[in-house]
Structure formats: structure tokens, C-alpha cells
Ligand binder design. Sequence first.
Ligand SMILES: NC(=O)c1ccc[n+]([C@@H]2O[C@H](COP(=O)([O-])OP(=O)(O)OC[C@H]3O[C@@H](n4cnc5c(N)ncnc54)[C@H](OP(=O)(O)O)[C@@H]3O)[C@@H](O)[C@H]2O)c1
Length: 321
Amino acid sequence: MRILVLGGTVFLSRAVAVEAVARGHDVVCACRGTSGRVPDGAEHVVLDRTTGDWPALSGFDAVVDVSRTPSHVRSAVAALPEAHWVFVSTCSVYADHRALGGTPATTPLIDAITEDVDWTSSPEAYGGMKVACEQIVQDGAATSAVVRPGLIAGPGDPTGRFTYWPVRLAEPGPVLAPPADDVVQTIDVRDLAAWVVHAAETRLEGVYDGVGAATLRADFLAEVARGVADTVPDFAWSSEEFLATHEVAAWHGPRSLPVWVPGKDDRGFMAHDVAPSLAAGLRLRPLADTARDTLAWVRSDPDAVVTGLTVDEERAVLAAR
Ligand SMILES: NC(=O)c1ccc[n+]([C@@H]2O[C@H](COP(=O)([O-])OP(=O)(O)OC[C@H]3O[C@@H](n4cnc5c(N)ncnc54)[C@H](OP(=O)(O)O)[C@@H]3O)[C@@H](O)[C@H]2O)c1
């Protein structure tokens, strides 16, 4: 197949291009090339989507796009309407994160934001713009699949969120951790990429969550530890209240325990039902493998990003227990 990847120099879109090349497809990556280089075996066509100019690209069986910007998706779909489109969206399109086991069929969406907004300065616009991008693809492409990832993990992750845990659990000592009975869900970037390529190959249609299996945090962290250490560490499970009192932030960033989303209103955020995606061809590797490979990547790449509490910050919070 001839596949166009709009991107190809960063984490997921690069993994998609790597997978498509490995499967013997004719792969073109169209992007500026400022974020990295496209994988070996893929052709790079220089494209800056902010200019509105569309290069002479045609003859693709499938297009994979990861954009967040409605005008960029609008012009791309208008240029390549005959292809099968696989659009990578996000679980941030959902309006309600309370229920466990949500699916695209059961969870309402937020309103579309059809204008371009700078999501780096207005991150709250991210989900609404993705809703608009999904609709542009669904309305304009001959056939399409929309994949809505949850938290993506694995080698090359520019966010450093999941990465915190393999790095931390490879080290000794008691480990500060959020509540053991939270539900947590991630997906390995390589599994997601393989499924995106499968969706292109099979002209999969419909809307799916790009998520892994939802597990209790105690099992999740035990599995991460299995991938990076000889023993399961001594976890200091801590309540939301205790962590808030000691100014431990959630989700990502400095002084955070990453991959933690507190509060009843968000308990379903990392608890989607993976069954429809498995039925549509998604295959998942063990979380321990993701953890092991992520740690190996961090140790081999001086530019690898890790976010979260520092060793001293964690030690100080543990001492307050
Ligand atoms: N990370 C997560 O946990 C998570 C969770 C949910 C959903 N998602 C979604 O998953 C996808 C991740 O995609 P990704 O990892 O490939 O990273 P990304 O940052 O979304 O995509 C970046 C790609 O787009 C290209 N690009 C950016 N600006 C461009 C421009 N003006 N013109 C042409 N190309 C441009 C970049 O290449 P150049 O900069 O080289 O041009 C790069 O290859 C996104 O759709 C994201 O919304 C991620």
C-alpha cells in the first residue's frame, strides 16, 4: 500500500511510519522535519501546514493524521478525499469522565471548536478542536476510522509521564504512590501504531478508543516493577488528601505523581472499555515489556524526558507520613 503519514518525526506518528515501513508499505511522511527525522525507509516530503500551501501529493491508499488544528485537517482532507483516512484523536473529546467502562458509543462529546486556537497557550481548546478534526475527516474522506488514544506510553514519549514509573521503580526504597484502588490505563505506542497501520490496511471504519487494559493501580505498578526490577517494591499508597496537603501535583509536570487523575469526576478517564478495540484488531503487549523498553530508552537517550517528583521531593513527602 502507499501510505501518507502527516507527521512522522515524533513519538506516535513516527512509530506509525516505522511500523508501516516494516510491513513493506510505500510510506511518505509529510511534515516540516523540524522535530526530528523520519524513519529509515520512509520518504520525507517537506510540508508546513501553517502556510496553507499543499504540495503535489497524490495516489495514496491511506492517510494517517495526528493534527490538532482544524484548518490543517480541512485542507488535507480536501486535497486527498479518495484515500482511506485514519485520524488520531484523543479521549479528551469526551464530555463526561465519571463512568468506568465508557466506549465511543456510550460517552457524549464536548462541543466542536472549528476555528484554530493555539492549544499550547489554550490547552482547554485541545479536545474541542479534535472533535472538529474528527468531523472534518468523517464528512470529507471516502472512508475513515477515528482512533481516540488515552495515555500513550513507551520509548520516545516526549511527555515523560509514564516514564516516571519505570525509572522510579528501578530504584530501591519505599515508593510514594497514589491510591492503590484507582483505575489506570495506558497503551504502548508500538501497539497503537501497529493498530493504526492495521486500520489503514483493512480500511477499518468507525470510532474507537486507543487504550490498553484498565487495571487497578496496585496491579499496574506491580506490573511496571516486574519489567524493571527483581522485586516488587514497598509502596507507600497515599490518599488524595494526603498528596494534596503535601502539594504533590497530579497527571504530569514538576512535583507530580504522573499518570494520576484524582477526583470522582475523572475516575473514568483512564477506565475505558478496551473490548471494542480488541474486537477491531488491537493487540496489546504486556505492560512489563513497555516498562522495560521505556527504561532502556531513557538510559540510552540523553534527551529522554522524565517528569514528576524529584528524589528529594519524594523523600520529603514520605517522611511526612
Ligand atoms: N501522548 C499522549 O499520551 C496522547 C494522548 C491522547 C492523544 N494523543 C494524540 O496522539 C497523537 C500524537 O502524535 P505524535 O506523537 O506524532 O506527536 P504530535 O506532536 O501530535 O505530532 C507531531 C507531528 O506533526 C508534525 N507537525 C507539527 N506541526 C506541523 C506543521 N505545521 N506542518 C507539518 N507538520 C507538522 C511534526 O513534524 P515536524 O515538527 O517535524 O514538522 C510531527 O511529526 C496526537 O494526535 C495527539 O493528540 C496523544
